[in-house]
Design a protein around this ligand. Sequence first.
Ligand SMILES: Nc1ncnc2c1ncn2[C@@H]1O[C@H](COP(=O)(O)OP(=O)(O)OP(=O)(O)O)[C@@H](O)[C@H]1O
Ligand SMILES: [Mg+2]
Length: 253
Amino acid sequence: MSQPALELEGVVVGYGPVPVVDGVSIRLCDGEWLSLIGPNGAGKTTLMNAVSGVLPVRAGRIVYFGQDVTRWSDDARARAGLGRSFQKTHLFPRLSVLDNVRIAVLARRRVRLRALWARRDPAVDAEAYESLNAAGLAQEADRPAAELPHGGKRRLELAMLFALEPRVLLLDEPTAGMSVEEADGIMEVIQAWRRDRGCSVMLVEHKLDMVMRLSDRIAVLHQGRLLAVGSPAEVMANPAVEAAYLGGSVDGG
Ligand SMILES: Nc1ncnc2c1ncn2[C@@H]1O[C@H](COP(=O)(O)OP(=O)(O)OP(=O)(O)O)[C@@H](O)[C@H]1O
Ligand SMILES: [Mg+2]
């Protein structure tokens, strides 16, 4: 069997004294699409932030292709291909869509930003266009990022993520606030990228029909603990999962 892309081993994360994610262990196989679901406040975003390196881990380990990255910075992880989508603050609203993606390409290559303005590098442009094409944004290359509609901004975030050439895509509700059609479009972009590049996906998503359709496996988080993990059919047939979503007891009591 090939090496797992990601192994979470007993991961504990929190903000105050009480852990919000409490001892979660999940394995993401190379090339796998694993979706993380669970009720609001279950700790999904907190866990994703720990995996991407935005939040420190209090206990446990995060292993990326056999390498312990638990103490690595978020930038170091992103450069190694453990890619989270950029937060909104990383979008430069007055710069063009293309320049935003160029910045992501240069960040991966560790080129100083000044170089972006000093000269145009055709290789950088080619890579940026590859990401823009994959995200379906090539037509918008010259528009200021601020002018894009909500769905377009999310596509731009994806293009910037693709420019990092991730081996694992960490996606936290990439379709939040979108219509069904827009959401389907975003998911097609992610599916196509994964198919072409063979990368793995860890997706947090509330739209369960989408999750059922796209995932190899689903992990269910409830009150900071892993409640279930398995195939979509297994997870949906699990009474504890249903109980968690209905807000009832999950241990049958
Ligand atoms: N910055 C923060 N400071 C303190 N507590 C926080 C912070 N962010 C989240 N929490 C708390 O941690 C818990 C888990 O939140 P988290 O955002 O990880 O849940 P989630 O599963 O992503 O929920 P949702 O589905 O609504 O996005 C919640 O009780 C939340 O109130
Ligand atoms: Mg969340």
